[in-house]
Design a protein around this ligand. Structure first.
Ligand code: GAL
Length: 701
């Protein structure tokens, strides 16, 4: 039984909210927080800014159904009518993202619980358990009421189910969740014997004699069974998706022609929903993205998240459903975005496939927990840099209309898998500081720095078109995945696998006989033992580059085409907090057992190759290893003379090509490009000049 999530070969029908003209532009709109006069001004300002789509009703349940069964549609009717008159469309929410106080008052059993058994009380938002049947009934009822009320409203362009499903309540440990988890396990394993085998319950006297005895992985005296935890992650993602499906079924029944989506959080920070698995239930993929203030390379994390979203969307254009015009309110020290950064962030998503640019939110709240979160219209109103930039962005998006529907193509893929993420970060591992997204980002950053356009795809996606495939930390790997990756190499791809990949199967059971069990053949290596590196230790490799965090004892083997080559060797291990020891270029004991042994290897496989990196190289070393891999694979940067820090991406159709250039440096840059620059609406004469911090979008000729 292969139980990893594999994507079906055929993509479902893709349904863009066609009513919205051009690129979609707008944000969350919460008119219920404002008096009539402000609502009138909203329409005027939206029109001035070129807004054509707003998300309405997300947190409106208590305002729409103030008492059970009593509806107050007046304000929403009026809002939608006004929007329609102004030619602005609505991504209408199901209003279920925050249950009204009367509901939790009558039914406290709908509240979710943490692993410690703490109830998450109302007072914020998303205080519900999707496994509670009473809550499901009410949520589906509210969805039906919304759908029936607005089915024929001219403003309705798209359904927005709930909001960031699972953002705050993805792991619920309540009794309702326990019952749902048991049902899920029974359908996965059939018999409790199968479950015992998969979970390795011979260990620590955990053998179950019936499904009834099983609980979610609630807080226990010591490490909970890792496969139990892994399955709980899988179950939780499935359970939340089933909640979406219940609502979508109602919306389809009442409004078969209106596309349905919900906003994903395709970022390096949102771990709990397997969006590759959810994607086929969406008519169109929508995501939210926020940059992190203390990440100086946040534009690269943004690029990664956008490429991940495009991967989830199977390459089709997607919707950026939320981001921020300036600071948010939920980071320790929130970062105020200069206007140019806001424009780069927004258009950075467009460059990587977004055909919609939306914000949280339209007008900055004056009360409540998000009053210091930026918006398109800030507290200062119209006469502010933020609002002026909102208008500038609206103008820019009009200029960029020709890119709508075009797609990004890449010759390199980075594999990304939520199950591998869940597995890699379970308890009691050799290096418990391991972060899967950090490992993925490290390699993605290398590609970004080399100017190479990259797809971020699931291991079960079609890998046949890629010249190079990067496999960072794919800890958990089923047989089918290992075969697909090896096949891609045999057909000619240069595949690069990094440490702590292919270690366990889909049940988190170790593949025996030497690491990395799933990839030994592909890589022509065998690792006997992991040698995690202490935080105060640095490795030097034999080319002088440095690495840290991880090392391992690798032996090269012959997997049929001669022994694998050793590309870099371990040289020294130093304590970096002790200058004397560092000067001695040896480990504290004076001995580095791995010195002279392989650190990076390359194995010829059919027409291609399998590269392995058994440590965590610094950014320069990542770049130099990638350069060797990509040169062998024949992959070139998107633009041959773009200096470092200049981001270049193309969107193409069969007949047209649009080159997006972002200057993330403090110096003006000049690039050889021919065509028409869309933002300034001017023909390029000589070289294209992109000022420091600036953006250009060239329709190439
Ligand atoms: C999102 C959420 C929005 C808003 C935003 C603030 O997670 O969907 O409603 O809270 O964050 O950054």
């Amino acid at each position: 039984m292969s139980t990893n999530r594999a994507r079906t070969d055929s993509a479902p029908e893709y349904r863009w909210p066609e009513k919205v003209p051009g690129l979609a532009y707008g944000g969350d709109y919460n008119p219920e927080q404002w008096p009539q006069q402000t609502r009138l001004e909203d329409i005027e300002l939206m029109t001035e800014a070129g807004v054509n789509l707003v998300s309405v009703g997300i947190f409106s349940w208590a305002m729409l159904e103030p008492r059970q069964g009593e509806y107050d549609w007046g304000w929403l009717d009026e809002t939608l009518d006004r929007l329609a008159e102004a030619g602005i469309y609505a991504a209408l929410a199901t209003a279920t993202a925050s249950p009204p106080p009367w509901l939790t008052h009558q039914h406290p059993e709908i509240l979710p619980q943490t692993a410690e058994g703490v109830t998450l009380w109302p007072g914020a938002r998303q205080a519900y358990s999707v496994s509670n049947p009473v809550f499901r009934d009410y949520a589906v009822g509210m969805t039906r009421a919304m759908a029936e009320r607005y089915a024929d409203h001219p403003a309705l362009a798209l359904w927005h189910v709930d909001n960031e499903i699972g953002c705050h309540n993805s792991h619920d440990f309540s009794d309702d969740a326990a019952a749902a988890f048991r049902r899920w396990l029974e359908s996965r394993y059939g018999t409790v014997e199968n479950l015992n085998a998969a979970w390795g319950t011979a260990f620590w006297s955990q053998r179950y004699s019936s499904f009834e005895e099983i609980l979610p992985p609630r807080t226990a005296p010591m490490f909970v069974n890792p496969t139990q935890k892994l399955d709980f992650y899988r179950y939780s993602s499935d359970e939340l998706l089933s909640y979406f499906r219940d609502m979508k079924a109602v919306l389809r029944e009442v409004t078969p022609d209106v596309p349905v989506t919900t906003n994903f959080m395709c970022t390096t920070r949102s771990k709990n929903m397997d969006y590759f698995d959810w994607a086929d239930d969406m008519d169109v993929i929508a995501t939210d993205h926020y940059t992190i203030a203390d990440d100086p390379q946040r534009h690269i994390e943004l690029a990664f998240s956008a490429d991940l979203t495009r991967g989830v969307a199977r390459g089709k254009p997607w919707m950026l459903m939320e981001h921020s015009t300036s600071g948010v309110n939920w980071q320790p020290r929130n970062h105020t975005k200069p206007p140019e950064e806001m424009l780069r962030d927004s258009l950075g998503h467009v460059a990587r496939g977004a055909d919609a640019v939306m914000f949280f939110q339209w007008r900055q709240s004056k009360a409540g927990a998000e009053k210091y979160h930026s918006a398109m219209v800030p507290h200062g109103g119209r006469d502010t840099d933020v609002y002026r930039t909102t208008v500038r962005l609206g103008d820019a998006l009009k200029q960029l209309e020709p890119v709508k529907g075009t797609e990004v193509t890449a010759e390199v893929a980075v594999l990304f898998d939520y199950e591998a993420w869940w597995g890699a970060e379970l308890d009691s591992h050799p290096n418990n500081d391991y972060s899967y997204p950090e490992e993925v980002l490290r390699w993605y950053r290398g590609l970004w720095n080399l100017g190479v356009t990259t797809d971020v795809v699931h291991p079960s996606d079609d890998l046949s078109g890629y010249r190079s495939i990067i496999v960072p930390g794919l800890y958990l790997t089923d047989d089918a995945t290992a075969e697909r990756i090896a096949e891609a190499a045999s057909r000619g791809a240069s595949v690069l696998v990094t440490y702590f990949s292919g270690i366990v199967d889909e049940y988190d059971n170790v593949r025996l006989g030497g690491y990395p069990g799933a990839f030994r053949q592909l890589l022509g290596i065998r690792t006997e033992e992991f040698w995690p590196v202490q935080p105060n230790e640095r490795i030097t490799l034999d080319d002088g580059s440095t690495a840290d965090f991880w090392s391992e004892k690798i032996t090269v083997t012959d997997s049929g085409s001669g022994a694998a080559e050793v590309v870099r060797r371990f040289a020294t291990l130093q304590r970096v907090d002790d200058p004397a020891a560092a000067a001695a270029t040896t480990a504290p004991t004076g001995i580095f057992t791995l010195a002279g042994l392989p650190a990076v290897t390359r194995n010829t496989v059919g027409e291609g190759a399998g590269w392995y990196v058994g440590t965590r190289p610094d950014d320069d070393a990542v770049k130099s290893i990638l350069t060797e891999v990509l040169t062998e694979a024949g992959v070139a940067p998107e633009h041959e003379d773009a200096p470092e820090g200049i981001e270049v991406v193309r969107r193409r159709s069969e007949t047209e090509s649009f080159l997006f250039v972002f200057n993330h440096t403090g110096n003006d840059a000049k690039l050889k490009v021919k065509g028409h620059e869309l933002l300034s609406d001017s023909k390029i004469k000589g070289k294209l000049n992109v000022p420091a911090g600036g953006i250009a979008v060239v329709q190439e000729t």
